[in-house]
Ligand binder design. Structure first.
Ligand code: TRP
Ligand code: SF4
Length: 328
């Protein structure tokens, strides 16, 4: 049997997961579980790089995130699920990589420049925030990952990781493979206000929302902006509600709406009600799994501990090789 290739990816625990996260990352991770040797982790140190003033909520977000992952279909039997800060080796490798990473590589990182502008309410002129990609490089090469499933926004970070790995190998000998980005295909579902779905815009539908919450949010969704009255023909191609139909409704319904919307035979109110029903039904299994796990806190602790043990074994092995290579 040929060994499965290893992939690794992480998420920052900054709040509950929404449908944008599901289709932008998690659904893809779930699918990759059979094909790859998967390492998925919660990047709590990375959360601290921007939320260092108020770290109180992070531990709760970590548990919620594990529950969101399990409800969406990540399985501790197939994948190694762990928490970054529980594996002390990440900080050690981060330190060592920071010795060899030129500061200009970090200063020209597009994500860094963007975030500084976007999160202008936070003081991000810290050493740790500048070093964000160095920590991410440590996460990735620690497990000698072949690939990193990410969205386009993370590609520059994987690129810096490759450069850091190459530089390490050049100075100290070949220890690390250079990881590839595995780009996630993402359907273009937007938030209920048609902006990118995001916790900070308050426009997201969460896995953990109740059926009533979902109905209320769907009813508020913006549709084809050209369609003011029910008697106006609409255009599903530019309607976010229709994007949701394409993901959640059956093909007969999708075809019918695609037709009837264009000739003003169906109104948006009805169209949304139909979509909400499908969405609620699609999320039902996740809701049931969530209840199961929420009622079993010990099980969650055990899953985290077991995943961390597996990750730690790999991390220790890598650090042993690193220590030999750097002769310290
Ligand atoms: N920076 C990633 C994000 O914000 C999270 C992350 C941290 C990560 N370490 C990683 C992703 C390693 C992939 C691999 O989404
Ligand atoms: Fe969008 Fe449906 Fe309204 Fe057409 S009928 S514009 S698809 S919400």
């Amino acid at each position: 049997m040929t060994e499965k290739k290893r992939i690794l990816s992480g998420m920052r625990p900054t709040g509950p997961l929404h449908l944008g996260n599901l289709h932008g990352a998690l659904a893809n991770w779930v699918e990759m579980q059979d094909q790859y040797d998967c390492f998925f982790f919660i990047a709590d140190w990375h959360a601290m790089t921007s939320d260092y003033e108020d770290t109180g909520p992070i531990s709760g977000y970590i548990r919620d995130m594990i529950i969101d992952w399990l409800s969406a279909g990540l399985s501790p039997d197939k994948s190694t699920l762990f928490v970054q800060s529980h594996i002390k080796e990440h900080t050690e490798l981060f330190l060592i990589l920071s010795m060899i990473t030129p500061v200009p590589w970090l200063e020209r990182n597009p994500t860094f420049k963007e975030q500084i502008v976007q999160l202008s309410n936070k003081d991000l002129s810290t050493f740790g925030f500048l070093g964000y990609p160095v920590l991410q490089a440590a996460d990735i090469i620690m497990y000698k990952a072949y690939g990193v499933p990410v969205g386009v926004d993370q590609v520059p970070h994987v690129e810096i990781t490759r450069e850091i790995a190459r530089r390490f190998n050049y100075f100290y000998g070949e220890v690390f493979p250079e990881p590839k980005s595995i780009l996630t295909k993402t359907p273009k579902i937007l938030g209920i206000d048609r902006r990118k779905m995001s916790k900070s815009y308050d426009n997201a539908i969460y896995f953990s929302n109740s059926p009533d919450d979902i109905s209320t949010k769907v009813a508020k969704m913006l549709t084809d902006p050209q369609r003011a009255r029910k008697s106006d023909p609409g255009n599903p191609d530019i309607c976010n509600v229709f994007e949701f139909h394409k993901l959640y409704s059956d093909s007969k319904t999708i075809d019918r709406i695609n037709k009837e919307c264009r000739i003003a035979e169906i109104g948006c109110v009805e169209c949304k009600q139909i979509m909400a029903q499908y969405l609620i039904k699609a999320l039902e299994p996740m809701r049931e799994k969530r209840e199961y796990y929420e009622a079993r806190p010990q099980l969650i602790d055990d899953i985290i501990a077991e995943g961390c043990d597996k990750a730690r074994r790999v991390a220790r092995q890598t650090m042993a090789e690193v220590r030999v290579a750097i002769k310290i």
